[in-house]
Design a protein around this ligand. Structure first.
Ligand code: SF4
Length: 338
């Protein structure tokens, strides 16, 4: 029997440990004045990912999940906090990494983007795209690089590789482009990959095959994913644990099946109640929430979900945003009224 991932996470040193991570964007009406207003895109979040584990980061658009992914891949700088990556026993703080360590960091951490049409350079062949990291990292000679790229194309299902090596992105379908993006991310054997909605722009008919491919490769390459998605059904398919994010905060985190069977935060319950159930005899309780997600501009210190919450009480209105309650088995919830 497979060991539950929370137990694994508890026993092993985490591969990634995020502590008090924040990203604030200054908003200024006058370019000559110092900004006093800030959008709190990501506000004091904490989580860990175990080696080989896949953590889903779920929430509506604008909740801060993509900003989190961009900070973890160093495409955006954090305002404060730490992102620790275990590199063979040595901890690298991604949030404060020195320029001289960037090459080593890129070898460990890669990203797969949402849009396979935007993320590939239209002027570069498949070979150039996939081999780029090998060249930058100075791995292998030309012939070894060619063999490695061909091997990766084979493993992502672009076969025979020779017929894809010198094609340009416009000669590929959306699914084939995303396979190239996956090959590019894995060619240098990273330990951690951030995947930002990698199937949401693909035809429904090919999404499952790309998700199955990513699951198979995660196993073969022993990589951990931070899998960003707005879709709980996708997170269920792909992830060992799920963290639910709302307006810059993680409001609930738990092993996947536990979260889906026993959601405790009102926002998670509302998200889940909107997911269709295939069995018509089964009626899931509908949880209605008011309005839509707003911009986290200078948010008051109270619970971030208070404006939309059907369960808000006086305590919620007069207290700070709640910390996590530990319900056991790795299930953490930030709410006063459980
Ligand atoms: S703390 Fe209060 S406002 Fe926030 S989610 Fe819980 S019940 Fe709703």
């Amino acid at each position: 029997m497979t060991e539950p991932m929370t137990d694994i996470a508890a026993k092993t040193t985490p591969l990634v440990k995020v502590e008090n991570l924040r990203k604030l964007y200054p908003v200024s009406k006058n370019i000559f004045r110092e900004a006093h207003d800030f959008v709190h895109a990501v506000d004091d979040i904490n989580f860990e990912i175990a080696p080989g584990e896949s953590l889903g980061l779920v929430g509506e658009s604008g909740c801060g999940k993509s900003t989190t992914g961009r900070m973890l891949t160093k495409l955006t700088d954090a305002t404060s906090g730490q992102i620790l990556l275990d590199d063979k026993g040595e901890l690298i703080d991604i949030a404060h990494i020195q320029r001289s360590d960037m090459r080593r960091f890129r070898r460990r951490v890669q990203m797969i983007f949402q849009d396979p049409f935007e993320s590939l350079n239209p002027r570069r062949t498949v070979y150039d795209t996939v081999a780029e990291s090998l060249t930058v990292q100075r791995i292998g000679r030309v012939q070894e690089r060619e063999e490695r790229v061909a091997e990766l194309l084979h493993r992502v299902g672009l076969t025979p590789p020779e017929s894809f090596l010198f094609r340009y992105p416009h000669e590929l379908s959306g699914g084939q482009r995303q396979r190239v993006a996956i090959a590019r991310a894995l060619v240098i054997d990273p330990t951690f990959v951030v995947a930002d909605e990698p199937t949401s722009m693909l035809d429904v008919s090919i999404r499952i095959s790309i998700m199955d491919l990513m699951l198979k490769l995660a196993d073969e390459f022993n990589v951990s994913y931070l899998y960003i998605t707005h879709d709980l059904a996708v997170a269920r398919y792909m992830c060992d644990r799920i963290a639910v994010m709302y307006l810059g905060k993680i409001v609930e985190i738990a092993p996947t099946e536990e979260l889906l069977a026993n959601p405790r935060h009102p926002y998670t319950r509302a998200l889940l109640s909107a997911v269709p159930v295939p069995d018509p005899a089964y009626k899931r309780e509908r949880v209605d929430i008011k309005g839509g997600i707003s911009k986290a501009l200078n948010p008051p210190p109270v619970c971030r979900f208070i404006e939309r919450c059907p369960r808000a009480t006086d305590q919620c209105r007069t207290s700070d945003h709640p910390g996590f309650d530990d319900l056991g088995n790795g299930h953490l919830v930030a709410c006063y009224n459980l």
